[in-house]
Design a binder for this molecule. Structure first.
Ligand code: 9MR
Ligand code: ZN
Length: 567
């Protein structure tokens, strides 16, 4: 009888569980800061919700749901929001609704973002190419070195022979290294440090350089910069586009990938991003290592020289994969934003009028801010750095104009978020490949907006974007490996897939819903009528929704690091 009773009990629990999941109750699975805004979202029509102590079940807070949207285009559902901001006591909780649905557990405390911040930054160490990851620093994810062979000049370089192409981070789930994506990633991470040095000063991440007196974020970025130097042609300052094999490798460990790597021809987008990132590094590292800083500045100036000598985009029409090459393209037919960003950073680092004038003539003035940065659009990095710099000869009238444009842009993001059922700041049409990166880049923009204007709605909307990737989404999951109760287990990431360890490498952000359904797995599961915010699957084959990439992890580091430390 005992075992039968046991069976019935399990059945009841199982039934309750499946009923509970029929409607979702979405919370930030990392948790909430005690003194900040707190929202729970649900598709459940319940009129009220209870925040209960996760261990005892005791009710700690009771609130009413308000309808956030009815059948909105992104979620395809009616959604309800519950505000429990006034619950400020530290603890471990769950939300239950008056219809008996319940959420994953979550924490309220000052350090809820500590793990996501530290793990997301540490994930860059796990992406390192050209060195062994030791058990001391990588634990179970220790692995051998990789890609130490020279890269062969591809026909598109006009050269023969080979060159050194070691170090740096693997771009994503693949083992390629692409200068354009490296540039925006380095720019985002350095901007985090430059704007908020006290929030990004940790030196105890357990990377090989930890404890050396230089913040780990700068040590980690320097690993990428050291590879970037190799990508510059010393003869004319131009920068090669990428180092990859002709095709993506199978799902093997990096050390097993011995295919021929090619270095591809120079481009002005790569050279502009390189110039900007190196110019930023020149001023940011000058406090720690003057010789390194001046090397960065020389490289940036040489890259600018190449841009000046090539006033039209190189290659014509933007980079395209040559015949026979199938790795990432990062094709971008417009290099004006890369040039603008380079000019802004070179101006800030040198104070030279030439760069200031170039920036002023090309920044767009009243209409400067119209979009958020992404790998193909780095305008905002230049605009925001100009706006926040303290060069005394910068144009204060222009700064005033830019600030108004920026404020209007931030307001437009807040408006999009408040019309969205889950307070997400992207439009339904923007759930494209890497949408989680777009959401977090909007949060970066809003954080800078809050810093410059003090408008609390910018801060709150930025926080809601972090909530979205950490669980307040239609998949009811944290999109970050190893963070939260439900997170990706089958991420499109070659080391995670081939290291024999069930848990993926932690701290990696999945690309997120892709309404374009650019892979066969998404196409087999969803259709044109699937709500955009649902076009995601935790399946290794879904590279368009479940891959990871350095340029998506960088804004995650920025945003989680910002909220992790009190201002
Ligand atoms: O992030 C890139 C996305 O915006 C593009 O639509 C997509 C297709 O070109 O490529 C993405 O970048 C991938 C890159 O090309 C290769 N490494 C993996 C990147 C993330 O999926
Ligand atoms: Zn490698």
């Amino acid at each position: 009888m005992k075992s039968r009773g046991h069976f019935v009990a399990i059945l009841i629990v199982a039934l309750q569980f499946s009923v509970a999941r029929a409607q979702i109750v979405m919370v930030n699975q990392a948790g909430y800061l005690p003194d900040q805004q707190k929202f729970v979202y649900s598709t459940d029509r319940a009129d009220s919700f209870f925040v209960i102590d996760a261990a005892s079940g005791a009710i700690r807070y009771k609130g009413a749901f308000t309808r956030a949207s009815s059948n909105d285009a992104a979620t395809g559902s009616a959604t309800y929001a519950g505000d429990f901001t006034s619950l400020e006591s530290d603890g471990r909780y769950r939300v239950a609704t008056s219809l008996s649905d319940s959420s994953y557990p979550f924490t309220i405390s000052d350090n809820v973002f500590q793990d996501v911040y530290r793990e997301s930054l540490k994930s860059f160490y796990f992406q390192r190419c050209g060195m062994a990851l030791t058990p001391q620093h990588a634990g179970v994810y220790a692995r051998g070195t990789c890609h130490t062979n020279d890269a062969t000049f591809h026909l598109s370089t006009g050269k023969t022979g080979s060159m050194k192409a070691t170090g740096g981070w693997h771009d994503a789930g693949d083992y390629g290294k692409y200068v354009v994506n490296a540039g925006v990633t380095v720019g985002t991470l350095l901007m985090a440090y430059e704007l908020f040095p006290s929030k990004f000063k940790c030196d105890d991440l357990n990377i090989p350089e930890s404890g050396n007196g230089v913040p780990d974020i700068l040590d980690e970025v320097r690993y990428e910069l050291d590879w970037l130097f190799e990508m510059q042609d010393p003869l004319d300052g131009g920068v090669y586009f990428k180092v990859t094999p002709a095709n993506f490798s199978g799902f093997i460990m990096p050390s097993q990938d011995t295919s021929t790597r090619y270095v591809y021809g120079k481009s002005t987008t790569a050279t502009g991003d390189f110039a900007a990132a190196m110019a930023m590094a020149a001023r940011i590292y000058s406090r720690f290592d003057t010789a390194f800083a001046s090397r960065c500045l020389h490289a940036a100036l040489a890259a600018w020289g190449y841009l000046s000598a090539n006033s039209k985009i190189v290659p014509a029409g933007g980079f395209h994969n040559p015949e026979g090459t199938r790795t990432g393209e990062y094709g971008d037919p417009n290099d004006s934003d890369e040039r603008l960003w380079a000019a802004a950073e070179l101006y800030i680092s040198t104070g030279s009028d030439n760069f200031n004038t170039y920036f002023a003539d090309n920044c767009g003035g009243r209409d400067a801010f119209a979009s958020t940065m992404a790998w193909r659009n780095v305008r905002d990095l230049g605009l925001l750095d100009y706006l926040t710099c303290d060069r005394t000869n910068s144009d204060s009238t222009l700064k005033g104009t830019l600030l108004r444009s920026f404020d209007t842009y931030c307001e437009s993001l807040v408006r999009i978020a408040s019309n969205d059922g889950l307070n997400v700041s992207i439009l339904p049409s923007q759930y494209v490949w890497g949408s989680n990166g777009e959401v977090l880049n909007n949060a970066v923009v809003l954080i800078v907006g809050y810093t410059l204007t003090g408008k609390k709605e910018y801060y709150n909307t930025a926080l809601e974007q972090l909530n979205y990737v950490l669980g307040c989404n239609m998949k009811d999951m944290s999109y970050i490996t190893g963070v939260g109760t439900a997170s990706p287990m089958h991420i499109h990431h070659r080391p995670s897939a081939s290291d024999g360890i069930a848990e993926p490498v932690p701290g990696l952000l999945a690309g997120g819903p892709d309404r374009g359904r650019y892979d066969a797995v998404l196409r087999s599961m969803y259709t044109d009528s699937t709500p955009p915010a649902k076009c995601y699957v935790d399946n290794q084959g879904s590279y368009a929704s479940n891959e990871i990439a350095i340029n998506w992890n960088a804004p995650l580091v920025f945003v989680s690091g910002y909220f992790n430390e009190a201002p």
